[in-house]
Design a protein around this ligand. Structure first.
Ligand code: PMP
Length: 391
């Protein structure tokens, strides 16, 4: 286990909430933090800071196979999603997205279309969380569509979307395509020379960079008005004003470089660990269900419903496992996961779902410990519930 959990008996399985900082990112950031210099200053110290930013831009561009000039650094995927949707919608026409998107997309879409609710189309997903192409194609034929925004990998279930037919249909109809690739980047290979999206959002802390820094990819030549959330000094080609977060960006770049080097091996290793966890849970908790199991998924995510067993009670009964009930981004909120509801799960099932998410530093030992703890926790909660049930 990485970070301050190293040497403890905690199995950290919450990579979709945040991954531990990669050692390469920490080292690079320490160097940047110990240096003075504003990346916009023309003197030597400023040029050195700008060099760090340029290097990070190149490293991220290498990971995505795009040009460095197509990257805008932001404070994270939330900001990148806001920028993408605001700019895309400003073209005029419908904004199309799905019911299983992250709230950083859904709430942004709702906010910017509030005065014209008819200009927002939220597509349903099936029981595996996959969006049906048919209503999307129908929408593209019916009305001008400004932007289609579909996530590449779902943060709660890991379900992957095949964006190629979406890009083809959208572009034929003159619409742009944005993808929230926050959970995908650094976990599976991504080639923006192949994947024909116009805009893509990501966040460094999901692939071993620091929190509070991310990026928006904007394909060169995309006809898009800027709709900056922050105006001022015109940084990042006018998309986002404000002094660049040199240390954060440096950490993002180092994490991107490390992730790129280890991507293929990590995906295979993490998939095997996830399979071991799922197989053991299915054997020992016979009625548990894996959400999205029939769809292609990210290597390290499993969303498991333990019917009738509240997820918060399961998590409380296994303090040595750091996992999450539904989406950590909205945990604390009493409402059930909108993703699981969109997949047709009942409120009770959504409330009885635990998300385990694994990543680059997850070990076999973590999985052994987490498996045993989860099985014990579910049995314990069930026995307490049975003992306290009305006769
Ligand atoms: N999109 C997705 C799919 C996410 O999982 C997250 C983070 N949970 C975000 C956007 C927002 O990222 P950030 O909080 O880093 O801005």
């Amino acid at each position: 286990m990485a970070g301050d959990l190293q040497g403890t008996d905690v199995a950290y399985l919450d990579y979709n909430a945040t991954a531990p900082l990669r050692p390469e990112a920490l080292e690079a950031m320490l160097g940047a933090l110990q240096s003075v210099g504003n990346a916009s200053s023309m003197h030597h110290a400023g040029r050195k800071a700008a060099t760090r930013v340029d290097a990070a831009r190149r490293s991220l561009a290498d990971l995505l196979n795009c040009a460095p000039g197509e990257i805008i650094f932001t404070s994270g995927a939330t900001e990148a999603n806001n920028l993408a949707l605001r700019a895309g919608y400003a073209r005029g026409g419908l904004l199309v997205t799905t019911a299983a998107e992250h709230l950083a997309v859904i709430e942004t879409a709702r906010t910017i279309t509030a005065e014209h609710p008819d200009s927002l189309l939220i597509l349903p997903v099936d029981q595996d969380g996959v969006v049906d192409l048919e209503p999307l194609v129908a929408a593209l034929h019916n009305k001008p569509v400004a932007l289609v925004s579909l996530m590449l990998a779902n943060n709660e279930t890991g379900v992957l979307i095949d964006l190629d037919p979406v890009c083809k249909a959208a572009h034929e109809a003159g619409a742009l395509v944005h993808t929230d690739a926050t959970q995908y980047v650094g976990r599976l290979p991504l080639d923006l020379a192949e994947l024909d999206v116009d805009l893509l959002s990501l966040s460094a802390h999901k692939f071993g960079g620091p929190q509070g820094v991310g990026a928006l990819f904007v394909r060169r030549g995309t006809p898009l008005p800027h709709r900056p959330l922050l105006v001022g000094g015109g940084h990042e080609r006018g998309w986002r004003a404000g002094t660049l977060n040199v240390a954060g960006i440096t950490g993002l770049g180092a994490a991107a470089q490390a992730a790129r080097r280890q991507l293929a091996d990590e995906a295979v290793r993490v998939t095997a660990l996830r399979s071991a966890l799922e197989a053991a849970l299915i054997v020992e908790v016979a009625d548990c269900r894996i959400n999205g199991a029939h769809a292609p998924r990210l290597p390290g995510v499993t969303s498991v419903t333990f019917p009738g067993v509240p997820a918060d009670a399961v998590l409380a009964a296994m303090p040595q496992v750091a996992a999450s009930d539904g989406s950590a981004c909205s945990s604390g909120a009493p409402s059930p996961s909108h993703v699981l509801l969109a997949m047709g799960r009942s409120r009770d099932d959504a409330d009885s779902t635990v998300r385990f998410s694994l990543g680059y530093a997850t070990t076999e030992r973590d999985i052994e410990r987490a498996t045993a703890a989860a099985i014990d926790a579910v049995r314990h909660v069930r026995s307490v519930m049975a003992a306290t049930a009305e006769p």
